[in-house]
Structure formats: structure tokens, C-alpha cells
Design a protein around this ligand. Sequence first.
Ligand SMILES: [Zn+2]
Length: 343
Amino acid sequence: MAFFSMRQVLDEAAKGGYGVGAFNVNNMEQIQAIMEAARETKSPVIIQASRGARSYSQDKFLYHLMLAANELYPEIPLVMHLDHGNSVETCKSAIDLGFTSVMMDGSLMPDGKTPASFDHNVKTTREVVEMGHAKGVTVEGEIGVLGGVEDGHGAGGSGLEHVTDPDQAVEFVERTGVDALAIAIGTSHGAYKFSKKPDGSVLKMGVLLEIHKRLPKVHLVMHGSSSVPKELQDVINKYGGHLKETWGVPIEEIQLGIRNGVRKINVDTDNRLAITGAIRKVFAESPEKFDPRDYLKPAREAMKKVVAERMVQFGQAGHAGDLREPVSLAEMAKKYAQAVVGV
Ligand SMILES: [Zn+2]
């Protein structure tokens, strides 16, 4: 079966009122962990790769691992998505490789660090939308700027410096035609999101609610949405790691978002923490071991557990069967040309 377009999966999620986790990968074990979690919970899923992941895996390794995932788990609707494309060229290379969905992050300049002007963002995103939709590929854009840095991408700083302005969000969607919109409501990439448990005064959920009210048909995306649970931090620190105390995005806030138009939730850090904790534990408890499988298996299992838990919390669990056949990209392209997508 072919990969699903993200648009099809998110449209279905909107109908069902649930969110879909988008999990980042770099290697085989991470892909296996996600697919096993999807099978166990019967979930549709988005697997995404950043530019860093594509370069780490030389693109082709990743792509062929994704083909294997699709072949081995035919009952799981699977989207292959580019996370944070920095330029039209990056998005084009992903589409050429076979990604069925791309993010053009024009909120930053192509260096992936400097906040860009609104006009730059509209122009580059519009270009990717025209190119992507002509091929049936889904396009996610971003308005406002996330905090922190991940895989060398990000403006750094706190997530509260460039919170999305709802007026701009409306104009951005009208001028670009994006399928999904990442908004900045105070979250950051990476493990160090908040220095205390974030409450209503820290996360700008009001901004999210306002944007959803004004753009009820647009699929909203929450980036930097790992919850950074204390248990995962504790395992790492117990076995020789050194993480400073930190807080992520509480699940309840994500669920509030899902009730208000959030359809895609990006999670990476939680999985990284789970993997690292599991490996540290083996190294600390069994220093005589040297077969990589002795620590990669528990690492894979630890990540699977976190992903399965998120799938249940986001509500996508049990919904794999809602999506029987992917609408082909050629068919999606026709729908975009006739402006009947999502109708
Ligand atoms: Zn992101």
C-alpha cells in the first residue's frame, strides 16, 4: 500500500475529533518502535524526518526503512512527513524522494535560525503549496516562531517571544492555502521547555482557541509538544545522566488543544529520553555487555511504550481502520485543482 497523504489522515482525524502524533525518526529502531505502538493501539500515524535526520540517514536509508514499515504493517495508515523544511528546495527534494507531506517553515530564514518577515513566510510557503498540491502532497506551514532549538533548527530563546497573532494566522492561511498550520503558543523544541510546571499563564491556550474559532477548518499543529515526564528524566539521572529539572507540555493542555482544532502533535524529546534512559540502565547495570542489541532492544521497547501511551492520550488509538485505502497523490492533486479537498 502507498503512504497516505497527511491531508487525508488529518481530515479523518477532524471528523473523529482526535489528534495524531507525529513522531521523529533517524533510524530503524525508532521506526520499529512507532510501528509496533501503532499496531498495538490500532492507530494511524505520521512519521517525520527533519533535515538532520535526512542527512544522518543519507535520505535513502530512511526512505527504504519507511517502505519496509509500510510493507510490514499494511493495516497501519502511514504518512511520511518532512519536519521543518527550511527552503523551497528542501521541500522539493523531499517530495522527489517520496514524502507525502512536507512542512515549509518560512517563519525562519533558510539558515533555520533567524526569524523571517511575514512576507518571506507567505511567499516561500505559497510556492511550496503550489508545488506540493500539484503533486497531491500535503503542506504544513508555520506562523509565529517556536522557541528552542532541535537538530540545529530553531530560533532559540523562550517560546513566548513570537507567539502567533490570530489576525496574521488568518491572513497567512488565506494567502498560502496550507493544509495544516503550526502555531506558536509558548512551546519550545528540546527538553528544556519550561522551568516550572506550565499553567494557563505560561502556555497561550487562549491564542489557540481564538485561532481555531477564526479558522475552524484548518488543521492546527502543536510543535515542541513532548511532555518531558519526570519518570523519564529520573531514569536518565539515576543511571549517570545529568538532566536539569524541566517541564514539558502537560497532556491535559494537548487534549484541550485537540478539542479545539489541533490534529497533529509533534513529539520527539520524550522518545529520545526513553531511549537514552533505557540504554544508560543497561550500561550501568550490566557493564560486561557489548552486543548493541542488548541495549537497543530495551531502548526500542522503552520508546514504543511512550509512543503507545501518547497514541491513546491523543485519541488516535483505535482509528487505523477508519482509513482503509490511501487516496492516491494523483487523485489528491485533482482534488486540489478543483478546490474540493477536505469538503
Ligand atoms: Zn517543530
